[in-house]
Design a protein around this ligand. Structure first.
Ligand code: NDP
Ligand code: GDR
Length: 372
């Protein structure tokens, strides 16, 4: 049985990847961080009791900032494949915690590669690095492909640039099978609540159900190439199954604005929106409401406003990927469009909001997060 080790197994991608690898017959080991409350919600549905005779999903406490712990886990697991998905993955937060972001997102990758090398596993263990379209930052070419020069625009992207090159370096220096997936934005109902797509679907569902009044966003003009996480983890695995290691761009080749995503989400809820004003004064006003999904919304309501707090010190205005190499060499194609992705996310968030609205109607407290 092949054995995989996933860092970031409790995150969005980790949760889809572990489902995929278990279905392929792998024994999967994951590194989870110690937290003061449960942090395995995304993988609880596939949890396997360690008392089972032969569990195929095994979790280890660990952290990418702790090399002794990484060495111990890699030694114990002797993985055939490592997927390094663990990261402080929020671009805006990286401006607030730049050093920590560098420690985890740059040096964390080095620590893991070194663990493989020091343990003499460099010819056994294949290594996947979660690289990112943020490397292109201030874009030098449209669309962006594997050969497009990088120009990172945040502490997150700069840290990921180190990881990109150290992965290439270990491949060239030590003959490791190590590759970078340069993934463009990918989302799902399991997306973290503070990334823009999920913030929009969750926020507007809350408003539709009377749990909030207005959603505050930053740059509505930002353009992104959004795909579905389930499509993208399949590609992470495919990259490790080739004869020789290579780096690949994974994207849909389609681009949309944050404003488009707001409009689609509203449409899914039966709400027609009109955008008024410019810059920080821009707002989304309800024109009409049909159907049953948004009983608390009326024409004339302002349900989205711009809050400069969500602007970034340096913004990545536009990203558009060219997945030709992945299509031609790996036969990979995305199967879910951004519009379909949005519909799936709204359906999932509406169910949660409806449940919370019901609790509230019966006098129960509804959980409100302090995080935005
Ligand atoms: P998430 O933020 O959902 O998940 C990140 C994971 O990393 C979580 O499991 C988190 O643990 C873990 N983690 C954070 N800090 C540490 C640490 N110090 N040590 C060990 N683990 C840590 O990200 P995604 O699933 O969306 O992304 C996966 C990877 O792909 C990330 O590296 C991200 O930067 C990269 N990426 C993502 C893209 C996207 O659009 N989603 C696009 C391109 C790249 P916990 O649950 O405890 O917080
Ligand atoms: P990104 O994703 O920075 O591309 O990084 P995010 O969803 O955070 O932002 C996308 C764009 O939307 C704009 N935006 C807002 N973003 C957030 N989070 N909150 C807001 O209120 C808001 N309003 C507008 C942003 O300015 C930005 O332009 C994601 C992460 O998953 C990274 O880990 C990954 O590497 C890249 O995608 C590819």
């Amino acid at each position: 049985m092949r054995r995989a080790l996933i860092t970031g197994i409790t995150g969005q991608d980790g949760s889809y990847l572990v489902e995929f690898l278990l279905a392929q017959g792998y024994e999967v080991h994951g590194i989870k961080r110690r937290a003061s409350s449960f942090n395995t919600q995304r993988i609880d549905h596939i949890y396997q009791d360690p008392h089972d005779p032969q569990p195929r999903l095994i979790l280890h406490y660990g952290d990418l900032t702790d090399s002794s712990n990484l060495i111990r886990i890699v030694q114990q697991v002797q993985p055939d494949e490592i997927y390094n998905l663990g990261a402080q993955s929020h671009v805006a937060v990286s401006f607030e915690s730049p050093e920590y972001t560098a420690d985890v997102d740059a040096l964390g990758t080095l620590r893991l590669l070194e663990a493989v090398r020091l343990l003499g596993l460099q010819h056994k263990t294949r290594f996947y690095q979660a690289s990112t379209s943020e490397l292109y930052g201030l874009v030098q070419e449209v669309p962006q492909r594997e050969t497009t020069p990088f120009y990172p625009r945040s502490p997150y992207a700069v840290a990921k640039l180190y990881s990109y090159w150290i992965t290439v370096n270990y491949r060239e220096a030590y003959g490791m099978y190590a590759c970078n997936g340069i993934l463009f934005n990918h989302e799902s109902p399991r997306r973290g609540e503070t990334f823009v797509t999920r913030k929009i679907t969750r926020g507007l569902c809350h408003i539709a159900q009377g749990l909030e009044r207005c959603l505050y966003l930053g740059n509505l003009d930002a353009l992104r190439d959004w795909g579905h996480a389930r499509d993208y983890v399949r590609m992470q695995w495919l990259m490790l199954q080739q004869d020789a290691p290579e780096d690949f761009v994974i994207a849909t080749g389609q681009q949309h604005s944050v404003r488009d995503f707001v409009r689609w989400t509203a449409e899914e809820l039966g709400i027609t929106l009109r955008f008024e004003g410019q810059g920080v004064e821009e707002r989304a006003v309800v024109e009409a409401v049909r159907g049953e999904k948004a009983p608390h919304v009326r024409p004339g309501d302002v349900i989205v406003r711009v809050d400069p707090r969500y602007f970034r010190p340096a913004e990545v205005e536009t990203l558009l990927g060219d997945p030709t190499k992945a299509r031609e060499k790996l036969g990979w194609q995305p199967t879910i469009t951004a519009r379909e992705l949005c519909a799936e996310m709204v359906a999932a968030d509406l169910k949660i909001a409806q449940r919370h609205a019901l609790l509230k109607a019966h006098g129960h407290e509804v959980p409100v997060s302090a995080e935005r």
